[in-house]
Design a protein around this ligand. Structure first.
Ligand code: GLN
Length: 509
């Protein structure tokens, strides 16, 4: 088998081949590094690839497997399967930038807890993936180090902010990847690249070592090409972490078993599916997106689910509340980039050199436009005269949205909507920030409520992938995986394979 063919396998298939002794982690990791060398010039999913480190990780995984074969000590299922990590997540000894000039060249002295979990489970880290600077954006056009392209059409956005992770998985450069979701940054890039992305219940995956954007919303999670692969990675990165004060003690795990069981049974008879009335099409939605969503609903009914419409009236205000709360928290989190402690330090060209002038010069040079816009907005809404009017009101709206969800769960076990109102747009098409923000209308409610969500591909609209979103109550992540597994099986039967089989071949260098 050629190295390139290995990269086409799902993570679960790669894991099975490793367990059967048919391939080594070194071969597998090498195959992905070759794929990256061949296509990443065009895709630019990665900001940093450390081949030597990845191969050393792979050798370690291979040697662990040999000793586990001898001792009978169990090895995690994904041991030896390579992974890509969003560059918002700190990695000991490997440059971490948040795609910002202000952290250019910064080498963290420690691992994020989720990275430590990856290492403990022996997943070789291929490299760090591109994002919108500090995860602020929905297109990966706002990276300080160049944009990432969508593997389906290199002239279009891969979504964001975890666009690098989505593109890496969608172009077979990595079988699975880690992203973060503050307002949709895992689910929306998954949707527009035809991949699967999960935002677990807030607190499931530790935020320790995940560079903070908006702490009450930030949620790291898994991305892959199948629901099972996302579940396998979920089970590796989810853990209780005393270093994160909002970490759940009993974080939902065991998701891979849920997927396997659901896929085998393909039965949703006891599941009540609520279609979110406020997110079921209308102004700003592509017709093809809505059509694909409704065809998927029919498949759910065929699997026995009871589908009805449920209204969450305050979702109308979700975007406004998010774009006050998120910048407020971000402006406070980003105060630490002061030119003294991390990364970039710029001294003013003229005038006195004081802490304040160095700070101003550093932040002026180090932050991009989108980040500055949000810091200014966040500082304004937190300022004494405006706090109650803006930040205070937004928090009240957040509570109303949380209550909407609480009452919706009385009528439905899961809620569904299109993941994004549109498919991948062309670079530059949404230069106006408000136009970009509006795409988040479908994903933001889950972050405000802290509930888990999955996006999986439901089909194509004008040749571009469409995402189907499922939300569940806090800690009921297994419902996402269950519905996702059944829907995926039904859809793939219709397509005669994976949706990504229909993506145009990337030109190989
Ligand atoms: N697109 C949203 C924003 O720009 C979401 C970002 C995120 O989830 N990190 O804020």
């Amino acid at each position: 088998m050629t190295a390139d063919a290995l990269t086409r396998f799902t993570a679960a298939e790669q894991a099975a081949a490793l367990a059967a002794g048919e391939i080594s982690s070194r071969e597998l990791t090498q195959a992905h590094l070759e794929r990256i060398a061949a296509v990443d010039g065009a895709v630019h999913a990665f900001l940093d690839v450390d081949a030597a480190k990845a191969l050393a990780d792979a050798d370690e995984a291979d040697s662990r497997r040999r000793s586990s074969d001898e001792s009978g000590e169990p090895l995690g299922e994904l041991a030896g399967v390579p992974v890509a990590v969003k560059d918002l997540i700190v990695t000991h000894g490997q440059v971490t930038t948040a795609a910002s000039r202000i952290l250019e060249g910064w080498v963290p002295p420690y691992d994020a807890t989720l990275v430590a979990n990856l290492r403990a489970a022996h997943l070789p880290i291929l490299g760090k993936t591109n994002l919108d600077e500090f995860a602020m954006g929905g297109s990966t056009e706002h990276s300080a180090f160049g944009r990432t392209a969508n593997p389906w059409d290199l002239g279009r956005i891969p979504g964001g902010s975890s666009g690098g992770s989505a593109a890496a998985v969608g172009s077979f450069e990595a079988p699975v990847a880690v992203g973060t979701d503050t307002g949709g940054s895992i689910r929306q890039p998954a949707a527009v690249t035809g991949t699967v992305g999960v935002k677990p219940t807030y607190g499931t995956v530790s935020r320790f070592g995940v560079i903070a954007m908006a702490s009450s919303l930030d949620t790291p999670g898994p991305m892959g090409r199948t629901v099972l692969d996302a579940a396998l990675l979920h089970d590796v990165i989810a853990s209780h972490d005393p270093l994160d004060s909002t970490s759940l003690v009993d974080a939902p795990r065991g998701m891979a078993d849920v997927v396997r069981e659901a896929r085998a049974g393909r039965d949703l008879t006891d599941l009540r599916v609520g279609v979110i009335a406020e997110l079921d099409g209308g102004e700003g939605y592509h017709a093809g997106v809505v059509d694909s969503f409704h065809s998927a609903l029919e498949l759910l009914e065929q699997a026995g689910a009871r589908v009805e419409t449920v209204s969450l009236p305050h979702l109308e205000y979700a975007l406004d509340a998010y774009y006050l709360i998120m910048p407020a928290e971000a402006s406070s989190n980003l105060a630490r980039y002061d030119g003294m402690r991390y990364g970039l330090r710029v001294e003013p060209e003229t005038g006195p050199i004081t802490a304040e002038t160095v700070m101003a010069a550093t932040r002026g040079a180090g932050f991009g436009d989108e980040v500055k816009r949000r810091i200014i907005l966040g500082t304004h809404v937190l300022s004494a005269g405006y706090y109650d009017a803006y930040y205070g009101s937004a928090q009240k709206v957040r509570t109303l949205i949380q209550r909407d969800f609480t009452s919706a769960w009385r009528r439905a076990d899961v809620l569904v909507s299109p993941t994004a109102p549109v498919t991948a747009y062309r670079f530059g098409e949404k230069d106006d920030p408000l136009a970009m923000y509006k795409v988040d209308v479908t994903t933001i409610p889950a972050n405000l409520a802290g509930v888990p969500g999955i996006s999986l591909p439901s089909g194509l609209s004008d040749g571009l992938p469409v995402g189907f979103q499922v939300l569940a109550p806090q800690r009921a992540d297994e419902r996402l995986y269950r519905l996702g597994a059944v829907l995926e099986a039904a859809l793939e039967e219709g397509w005669g394979g994976h949706l990504l089989d229909r993506a145009p071949e990337l030109e190989v260098k």
